[in-house]
Write a protein that binds this ligand. Structure first.
Ligand code: PRX
Length: 646
């Protein structure tokens, strides 16, 4: 451990940590004045990101802001994303590993950049042959197998936007997304393994097809399960492997896309309302993603990088596929789950593959904490040099645990804030420049202007809770919502005297140093005796109690506070722990926050992307009917929690 790696803020008891000096010495971005330099030249500063890419035609300008909030980044520029992620690496590293896949049963497959080039071209030729033309949307409904990134890149090569639907979503969700995207092509698979069992994905896709308003021109089916599951192919259905063999060795000229042309659409995983088709344009998105992969995650070509997020969500798109491949690094693609066959699976893979940069979510980190530090301790994790986290607030305690038990005390931990809509990271510390503060995300990145504001849009004082707003456009931003210009403007943007402001929907605080703490969605607020309390604030107070791993807080109709709490294995869930939890809430938030009920449970109900389903807990608390729970990752906990409440 680097002795200089810890320090305290002058005048406060808050801990800050400096990145270790040997890390800084080799970091991609180390210029201390990078913020000032971006500010001084904005928006031209973003050339630094765009110039990390190969452009077919150079852009005329950095930003066209003539028609806000419809901003155009790098107008006049033309490029192809698959060229940037594959072809351009052939000159220097054609034999370097691009993707190393580890299947659920321990199967392994490795693609060098040359292999990737060959298969992306064959897949592109096959899609073309099936009738896919530029701007046709192709829906991909695949688990974490190499065919998913390969078909994404094949689509990008021929200028066909992809529409990836998380493989665990239902037939209904798939059909809604195919119709909404007006997509006529689908790539799916026969099935995949869920723990021991073969699961039939094709039958879900068939059900989705029956529900469609439109129809599919062609469906391509990847044979994932071989003899374990034979799904007959119907009309307009094609076997992926046969197509690849038929087109093996063909090359497809990459289509030069305008910077503003659609690269993909991604339907947000929201737990309420109609899913929103978030559209990302090619040039701005790829520039911003590539720049942040380098600047924040510090990825270099010689890294072995692992982003544990599923490609079915935005993190997997930006930092599992486009970012790392654009940088030309080697990435791990893992189909399995972290507790199968045992709870050390992640550590075993990091050890065995000498992973250097690891990016995951607080929900996973809390599970690791719950399982215990003996699991990481049994493996050699010394190859790791940077850890990242995204998706939710990470508590100081979880941050410290990750830093110490995974990072060995000497890896910077970057807490990254962003959204499906922002495309890429907007708030984080730069590991080669900034000090870290456990539990706080960090400042806006260079070139990003974020404020924490009150209802009137005025900046709040340090420490006060407000709304996180972004008051300058950024390259990775969504270019709009599919079929919804008006909705795009209404849901995200506001025109103020000082220009257009993007509302993130998140509550936040900012400290004297400009470090932002994101509290979570603003709609996650409960009203107790006419005081509005942020559930995120209550929950982060609870998880600071010794032995507690996760918490979800909801209110009932009377304004009573119910806290649902999970603990580390072996911890006694008795009245003493209840007292400790209540005391923590009182200490952190005030006497008003003492909960009326504390319910201990083995797990909290979660969406497939790992977000706690507070709405469902609220229904249980209030004794309301609750609908279909099959979209949950762990529907089995609902019964347990209901009977505990009763
Ligand atoms: O509430 C914030 C939370 O996740 C939301 C975005 O969710 P999604 O579009 O699914 O994208 C997740 C992956 C980028 C945000 O509005 N969030 C994301 N990162 C953080 C976070 N909350 C606190 N801290 C973070 N680092």
């Amino acid at each position: 451990m680097d002795d200089g790696a810890q320090g305290t803020d002058a005048g406060g008891d808050e801990r800050t940590r400096q990145p270790p000096s040997d890390f800084v010495a080799n970091a991609n971005v180390t210029d201390a004045d990078v913020d000032a330099a971006f500010d001084a030249t904005w928006p031209d500063c973003w050339r630094r990101a765009a110039d990390l890419l190969d452009w077919e035609r150079d852009y005329d300008d950095v930003l066209d802001d003539a028609d806000p909030p419809f901003y155009e980044w790098f107008p006049g520029g033309e490029l192809n994303a698959s060229v940037n992620c594959v072809d351009r690496h052939l000159a220097e590293r054609k034999n370097q590993v691009a993707i190393k896949w580890i299947g659920k049963r321990g199967e392994r497959r490795t693609y060098t950049y040359l292999d990737l080039h060959r298969e992306v071209n064959a897949a592109a030729a096959a899609l073309r042959d099936l009738g896919v033309e530029e701007d046709d949307v192709v829906t991909l409904y695949l688990p974490m197998t190499p065919e998913l990134p390969i078909t994404m890149l094949a689509c990008a090569r021929i200028g066909a936007p992809h529409n990836v639907v998380f493989a665990g979503l239902s037939a209904e969700a798939l059909s809604t997304r195919i119709d909404a995207a007006e997509s006529e092509y689908l790539v799916t698979c026969d099935g995949y393994y869920r723990r021991e069992d073969a699961f039939n994905q094709k039958s879900k896709a068939d059900n989705a097809r029956l529900r469609l308003d439109g129809d599919l021109e062609a469906t391509v089916v990847v044979d994932r399960l071989g003899d374990e599951l034979r799904t007959p192919l119907g009309d307009d259905e094609y076997d992926y492997g046969t197509l690849i063999d038929a087109h093996d060795g063909e090359t497809v000229d990459p289509v030069a896309r305008d910077a503003g042309d659609l690269l993909f659409v991604m339907y947000t995983s929201g737990t309420t309302g109609e899913p929103k088709g978030v559209e990302h344009a090619t040039g701005g998105y790829l520039s911003h993603v590539t720049w942040t992969t380098e600047a924040v995650l510090d990825v270099k070509p010689d890294d072995t990088y692992w982003c544990a997020a599923d490609i079915g969500w935005i993190t997997g798109h930006s930092y599992g596929v486009y970012g790392p491949l654009s940088v030309g690094t080697s990435t791990l693609l893992f189909e399995g789950t972290p507790d199968y066959p045992d709870r050390d699976r992640v550590w075993e893979l990091i050890d065995r593959n000498a992973v250097t940069v690891f990016y995951t979510a607080p929900t996973a980190i809390r599970s690791f904490m719950k399982w215990g530090e003996e699991y990481p301790a049994n493996h050699d994790l010394s190859s790791l040099r940077l850890l990242g986290t995204v998706g939710e607030a990470i508590s100081p305690r979880a941050w410290e645990w990750y830093h110490e038990h995974v990072g060995g005390g000497d890896c910077p931990v970057v807490d990254t804030w962003w959204q499906t809509e922002t495309g890429a990271i907007l708030l984080a510390t730069l590991p080669g420049v900034d000090a870290m503060k456990p539990g706080k995300v960090g400042p806006p990145l260079p070139g990003i202007s974020a404020q924490v504001v009150d209802e009137r849009g005025d900046p709040v004082d340090p420490g006060e809770t407000g709304y996180l707003a972004i008051d300058r456009p950024w390259p990775g931003m969504l270019r709009g919502l599919r079929g919804g210009d008006e909705r795009y403007r209404r849901e995200y943007w506001e025109e103020t005297d000082d220009g257009w402001v993007y509302h993130t929907g998140d509550g936040a605080t900012v400290d004297e140093d400009g470090y932002v703490t994101v509290l979570g969605r603003l709609d996650d607020v409960i009203t107790v005796r006419s005081q509005r309390l942020s559930t995120a604030k209550l929950e982060s107070a609870i998880v600071e109690a010794e032995g507690v791993t996760e918490a979800a807080v909801v209110g009932d109709e009377q304004g009573d506070i119910y806290a649902y709490v999970t603990t580390k294995s072996g911890v006694e869930t008795d009245d003493t722990l209840r007292e400790t939890v209540a005391d923590r809430l009182e200490y952190e938030v005030g006497p008003i926050a003492r909960p009326d009920e504390i319910v201990f449970t083995t797990e909290l109900p979660k969406t497939r992307s790992g977000k706690i389903m507070r709405r469902l807990l609220e229904d249980i608390t209030r004794g309301n009917e609750f609908g279909d729970v099959s979209a949950l990752r762990n529907p089995e906990v609902v019964g347990e929690i209901s009977s505990a409440v009763e």
